[in-house]
Design a protein around this ligand. Structure first.
Ligand SMILES: NC(=O)c1ccc[n+]([C@@H]2O[C@H](COP(=O)([O-])OP(=O)(O)OC[C@H]3O[C@@H](n4cnc5c(N)ncnc54)[C@H](OP(=O)(O)O)[C@@H]3O)[C@@H](O)[C@H]2O)c1
Length: 324
């Protein structure tokens, strides 16, 4: 089977790998498309032990394809072994694509409980693009952030894959959406997805600009930039919720704790989502009219170029690979 492997030193190499063989309770999926996530860059060049896995390894958490044993069209739920709790995954849970071989390949092997019916209204590319990022956005907005229809949410970094889904899902739930971005053009594109407006995070005073736009502070902030926590807190109204799930701009922050408790603020961490969250997301997909925002589609052989684009600052939405 054709696959892209991460080898020593973070080298990506397109190779013929052995076909995965399904063990008990597992299925093999013939992938029609797979999608990139920022995690793939971390798995390739680990910033710390959490992303260091035995090599070689096939990266990739997202995919859609045909289940070999039944012919069903499926998407892959990338959380392996989430476990019984709704408030957090079990200690032994894993994300597909490290340590387990992932979706940068023509075939992937996953537990049978990790395949779900492909939404009929999505193309293969769209179906592959949404599971990890949209699930993260869904849980962050609704399960953890408890966003309600009359509330305002600020989504940081409009260009991020997760952010495009967060905007679309929050709009579907009738919330008001504001965004931050490094570019006016991306703010405009977020408006096309239904956001009411946005501010440039390259301006120092963006939290105050958000307070002004929202009439005194937003109810919820979705922050995957990390280093921005202090500013995100300033964009909230009293009693607001900061939901955090990433560190794109850096993992360290210094906070004045008094600002948090004197303003009745909550800081809530979340990662991906449970099978129950995925069912909730799939219901919204069924009822919604939005489609995943695809930045670009490339053949598997061009995984290197796709990762290069993800690493840069130009993309908007998801990068997709097809077996070609
Ligand atoms: N915990 C989880 O379950 C989970 C799941 C998925 C993703 N994540 C994390 O969430 C983040 C986004 O993931 P992704 O795959 O959507 O990544 P992505 O598509 O690569 O998004 C990167 C975006 O980050 C934005 N950004 C960079 N610096 C920023 C700053 N200082 N303030 C605000 N935004 C900034 C940029 O937005 P503009 O282009 O608009 O400037 C950029 O497009 C990553 O850190 C990822 O690791 C976590």
């Amino acid at each position: 089977v054709k696959a892209v492997l991460v080898r020593q030193g973070g080298v990506l190499s397109v190779e013929d790998a052995p076909d995965p063989v399904a063990g008990p309770g597992e299925v093999v999926v013939e992938l029609r498309a797979s999608a990139l996530n920022r995690r793939d860059l971390l798995v390739r060049n680990p910033p710390g032990p959490a992303y260091r896995f035995p090599l070689p390894l096939i990266p990739g958490s997202d995919g859609a394809g045909v289940r070999r044993d039944t012919g069903e069209e499926v998407i892959i739920y990338p959380a392996l072994g989430w476990g019984p709790r709704e408030d957090a995954a079990a200690p032994e849970w894993r994300i597909l694509g490290g340590p387990d071989d992932g979706t940068y390949a023509e075939l992937v092997k996953v537990p049978a409980e990790n395949v779900f019916p492909k939404p009929r209204r999505f193309s293969w590319e769209e179906a592959a693009a949404f599971p990890l990022a949209a699930l993260t956005a869904y849980r962050a907005l609704f399960q953890v952030g408890r966003l309600r229809g009359h509330e305002t949410v600020l989504v940081l970094g409009a260009g991020s894959g997760v952010s495009t889904f967060a905007v679309q899902l929050a709009v579907q739930a009738a919330a008001r959406v504001l965004v931050t971005s490094s570019s006016e053009e991306k703010i405009e594109r977020a408006r096309e997805l239904g956001a009411s407006g946005g501010v440039l995070y390259t301006d120092e005073g963006w939290p105050e600009a958000v307070r002004e736009l929202s009439g005194g502070g937003v109810d919820v902030v979705l922050d995957s930039a990390g280093a921005t926590w202090g500013k995100s807190l300033r964009a909230l109204r009293r009693g607001g919720r900061l939901v955090v799930f990433g560190g794109t701009a850096g993992a360290g922050v210094e906070l004045d704790v008094r600002y948090v408790y004197l303003n009745w603020l909550s800081i809530l961490g979340t990662t991906m989502g449970s099978p129950t969250d995925l069912h909730g997301l799939l219901r919204m997909v069924e009822e919604g009219r939005w489609r995943p925002v695809i930045d670009s589609v490339r053949p598997l052989d061009e995984a290197e170029a796709a990762q290069e684009r993800l690493r840069g600052a130009d993309h908007f939405g998801k990068l997709v690979l097809t077996p070609g």
